[in-house]
Design a protein around this ligand. Structure first.
Ligand SMILES: *Cc1c(COP(=O)(O)O)cnc(C)c1O
Ligand SMILES: [Zn+2]
Length: 414
């Protein structure tokens, strides 16, 4: 049994039934899932979670789905790895990486999609749809294929080739829009009101979808031995993931899974070519001014972020910060992570690592803190970003002589 009470407006707190609704009809505030935390506290335990599946569904009591008939490719429970070499390089002895590159379709989006489509099916919605910056497209198409649902996935036409191919292979309808993500999102908002039996995972079922990101906090706390970290670094597109990681740590305390009230500093990472939230933070504004994205970090290229205002608020209240990094720094960040830890992350991972390096240098992320950086997507999907900077060390003829020559020149240069 799920412990969901209602949907609740984040602004005016008016409650709504559990349906495919996402905005308050009185104040246009976003709707969020409200739970019976006392009921959850009585049901949940560390032992019960430990005996659950190695997926996000081990935390089912804290997710908004009834029953156990999940739409799941096995997302979640990804490794939390101690980053010794990278930590040494950045002067952070207690640095950990949450490696979400190993999810079924290679990004954290599998968490949110698994929750959204499970709920969509429960609500009787027939078609899976989304407005995507790329990874969501992959994930919706894959989960819909698994569940036997029809899918309509909308993307900006200029996405990375790999993200287009790894979406269309699943056989749904892939609609490329001549415009940027914000144009795609606007179209999907219109379509969502035209097509009431469609589940636009990040539009009309967004309240359920976004809950999936809480598992990024749940897993980290469990993997640290039921402790919250001191500081987390989160890449920001719409800002949903960041706000839900914050909610996740607090829920664990609320239901008795953490002994101490968590006091996690939350810092956000953006690409300089699309940094509306980081810019608002730096300027001291409490609103986010939309921008036109221009960055290689396409998965974060949202110029008018739906949860930007809330992400800003969470970061400020938690005592965290924001950083933004150039395309060059993103590529350096991807390389640094790969060279030191053997993890190949996509451009968003480069944003996270480069921002972490910057915040560590500025003394904002501190050596005495237990730090977790969220690595949210796989590098195989954004190889274009590295075409000019990566390639063979040597190209030689297939002879012993040719190899000996380069090998000796390399040795003598060392
Ligand atoms: C979508 C995405 C993000 C941003 O998540 P939001 O909830 O939109 O802020 C970060 N990293 C990757 C790899 C993504 O695909
Ligand atoms: Zn309201």
């Amino acid at each position: 049994m799920a412990f969901v009470q209602s949907l609740k407006c984040r602004e005016c707190h008016k409650t709504y039934p559990i349906e495919a609704l996402h905005v308050c009809e009185f104040c246009f505030g976003p709707l969020e899932v409200a739970y019976d935390y006392e009921g959850i506290a009585a049901s949940i335990s560390r032992e019960k979670i430990a005996s659950g599946p190695p997926t996000i569904w081990r935390y089912a009591d804290l997710l908004p789905v009834d029953g156990t008939d999940y739409v799941s490719l096995g997302a979640g429970f990804t490794p939390l790895v101690k980053a010794r070499s990278l930590g040494e390089e950045l002067g952070l002895p207690n640095l950990w990486l949450k490696n979400d590159t190993v999810n079924p379709t290679g990004s954290f989006k599998d968490r949110v999609v698994s929750v959204a489509l499970s709920k969509a099916r429960e609500l009787g919605l027939k078609v899976a749809a989304c407005a995507s910056t790329g990874n969501l497209a992959n994930s919706v198409a894959a989960h819909a294929a698994w569940a036997g649902m029809e899918s309509y996935v909308f993307i900006p036409a200029n996405l990375e080739k790999a993200k287009i191919i790894t979406t269309s292979i699943f056989g749904g309808n892939l609609i490329a829009i001549e415009g940027n993500y914000d144009d795609v999102n606007r179209l999907c908002a219109e379509l969502a009101s035209e097509e009431p039996t469609w589940a636009f995972v990040n539009v009309n079922v967004r309240a359920y979808y976004s809950e999936g990101s809480k598992t990024l906090a749940f897993e980290v706390a469990e993997q640290l031995g039921w402790k919250a970290p001191d500081h987390v670094i989160v890449p920001v597109g719409s800002g949903s993931q960041l706000t839900k990681i914050h909610k996740g740590f607090h829920e664990l305390y609320e239901v008795g899974l953490l002994d101490e009230e968590p006091n996690v500093r939350i810092s956000g990472a953006q690409a300089a070519g699309c940094s509306p939230v980081a810019t608002a933070f730096a300027a001291g504004y409490d609103y986010v001014r939309p921008v036109k994205p221009n960055t290689i970090a396409k998965s974060l290229a949202i110029g008018n972020p739906a949860d930007g205002f809330y992400a800003l608020d969470v970061v400020r209240k938690s005592g965290g910060s924001f950083g933004s990094v150039t395309d060059e720094e993103i590529i350096e960040g991807m390389g640094l992570l790969a060279r030191t830890e053997g993890i190949f992350a996509e451009t968003a991972g480069g944003v996270t690592i480069a921002t972490l390096a910057k915040l560590a240098k500025e003394g904002i992320v501190r050596p005495d803190e237990t730090v977790v950086a969220y690595i949210t997507g796989n590098g195989l999907k954004t190889v274009e970003a590295l075409e000019d900077s990566q390639g063979p060390t040597y190209v030689i003829k297939p002879t012993l002589e040719a190899f000996t020559e380069v090998y000796q020149s390399k040795r003598s240069n060392q």
